[in-house]
Ligand binder design. Structure first.
Ligand SMILES: [Fe+2]
Length: 378
C-alpha cells in the first residue's frame, strides 16, 4: 500500500502569490535573455543602471525585507550586497554611489544569477512555511516587492534602450517581432468632461503604492481632452514650423535647456539622408508618423502644447478622463516593446500602455498623504 504525505492546506491567496512570484521573477530573466554578458555591465549615463544591478537590487529587496525579518537565522547571501544593491535614499552614505554602478566588475553576472536562484529558493520556502501569525505581513511585503520588481522591469527596458542607443553601432537588442503598424491611425478627436466635484486617488483593496492615496475630492472646470496621444507626425509639424527655434513656445528653463543641449528633436531621433529615423529596441528604423511621440521631455511636451494652442492636462483632469476606460493596452506583456498607432475605432484610447503621458501638475503629495506604516524604501 502506498502512502501519500498529507499536504499542508494552501490558501488560494498563497497559491496566487506563489504563482505571481514565479511569473514576475521569470519575466526579469526573460527581459535580459537577449543580452550578452558585456551588456549587463554598462552604465551609459548616471541615471541608467546596469542591467545586472537591477537584477541584484530587486533580489536584495526580497532578501532584506522578507528573508531577513521572517526566516529565523537567515544569513545574507553576501554580507556586502546590502551596501552594493540598496537604493534607499534615506540611508545616505550607506549605499554604493548610484553613478558608479557601472564600475562594478564584481559580482559577475553569473554570481548575480546564483544570488537570484538562492533567494528564489528561500522565498519559495518562506511562502510555503510562513506562520499564520505573520502571513498577512509577509503577503503584503511580497506583493510590494513584486510590484517593485515590475517597476524595475520597466526601468530595465528603458535602460537597455539607452545603453544600445548610446553605442555608435546602434545595435539591436532583439529582432523586430511585431508586424508594421496594423492600425491606420486616426484624426485626433476630443473627449468632453463637465465641471464638477470628482474623487481621485486609489480606492479599493487592490495593491497601490502609498503615493496613489488617499482618495480625495477635486473640483474641475469643464474641459476637453484629446482622445489619443500626440503622434510623431503631429510633433514633426511642430519641428518643421521652427518649434525648437522659437522661444515663444517654451518655458524659460525649457528654452535655456534647448539652447544648452542643442535640442532639435526628441531623444533618439536622427536625421539621415533627409529623413528622420529613431532608435528602437530592434535598432534604427524610420520614424512612423502614426505612432505616439515618445522620449520627449516635459519642456518639449509643454512647448508642443503651447504651439498647438492647447495645454497639458492636470493630473486630476487626466485621471478623471481615464477612469472609465478599461486598464488594457500595449504593456510589457504584449512583447511589442514599442508604442503602436491608435486604433481606428474612434473610442478614446491609449490612456494605458504605449507611452507615459505628461501632465502639467507637480509630483506632490495628495491632501492628507501619509507614508504607509512601516514603509519600505524602493
Ligand atoms: Fe528599487
Amino acid at each position: 500500500m502506498g502512502l501519500v504525505a498529507a499536504e499542508a492546506p494552501v490558501s488560494s491567496v498563497c497559491a496566487a502569490l506563489v504563482a505571481a512570484y514565479a511569473a514576475v521573477r521569470a519575466q526579469s530573466g526573460s527581459i535580459c535573455a537577449p543580452l550578452a554578458v558585456e551588456d549587463y555591465v554598462i552604465q551609459s549615463m548616471a541615471d541608467v543602471s546596469p542591467p545586472k544591478w537591477h537584477l541584484a537590487h530587486t533580489t536584495w529587496f526580497f532578501e532584506n525585507f522578507l528573508l531577513q525579518p521572517f526566516v529565523p537565522g537567515y544569513e545574507p547571501f553576501h554580507p556586502r550586497y546590502g551596501y552594493l544593491f540598496n537604493s534607499y535614499y534615506e540611508t545616505v552614505g550607506r549605499f554604493f554611489p548610484r553613478q558608479q554602478r557601472g564600475a562594478l566588475a564584481r559580482p559577475t553576472v553569473e554570481e548575480i544569477y546564483r544570488y537570484r536562484d538562492h533567494v528564489d529558493r528561500e522565498m519559495r520556502d518562506l511562502l510555503a512555511t510562513a506562520p499564520a501569525a505573520c502571513w498577512d505581513e509577509v503577503a503584503a511585503r511580497v506583493t510590494l516587492a513584486l510590484n517593485h520588481e515590475q517597476q524595475h522591469q520597466e526601468l530595465l527596458v528603458t535602460d537597455i534602450k539607452h545603453i544600445f542607443a548610446w553605442n555608435p553601432l546602434r545595435p539591436a537588442y532583439r529582432e523586430r517581432r511585431e508586424a508594421p503598424a496594423a492600425a491606420a491611425g486616426r484624426p485626433q478627436g476630443w473627449r468632453e468632461q463637465s465641471a464638477g466635484v470628482y474623487e481621485i486617488g486609489h480606492e479599493g483593496g487592490d495593491f497601490a503604492f502609498d503615493n496613489e492615496s488617499p482618495r480625495h475630492r477635486v473640483f474641475l472646470n469643464a474641459f476637453r481632452i484629446a482622445d489619443r496621444p500626440v503622434t510623431n507626425g503631429e510633433y514633426l509639424a511642430f519641428m518643421e514650423s521652427g518649434g525648437y527655434r522659437n522661444p515663444a513656445h517654451w518655458l524659460s528653463q525649457g528654452w535655456q535647456t534647448v539652447r544648452e543641449h542643442g535640442w532639435q528633436a526628441p531623444l533618439y531621433w536622427e536625421r539621415t539622408e533627409g529623413a528622420w529615423r529613431t532608435m528602437t529596441l530592434s535598432g534604427m528604423r524610420p520614424v512612423d508618423a502614426l505612432e505616439p511621440v515618445c522620449h520627449v521631455s516635459y519642456f518639449e511636451a509643454d512647448a508642443y502644447a503651447r504651439w498647438a494652442g492647447r495645454r497639458l492636462p492636470t493630473e486630476a483632469e487626466w485621471e478623471i478622463a481615464a477612469r472609465n476606460g478599461a486598464v488594457e493596452g500595449n504593456f510589457l506583456d504584449s512583447g511589442r516593446l514599442h508604442p503602436a498607432p491608435a486604433d481606428d475605432t474612434g473610442a478614446p484610447t491609449q490612456f494605458f500602455g504605449d507611452v507615459w503621458e505628461w501632465t502639467q501638475s507637480s509630483y506632490s503629495p495628495y491632501p492628507g498623504y501619509q507614508p504607509a506604516a512601516g514603509s519600505l524604501g524602493v
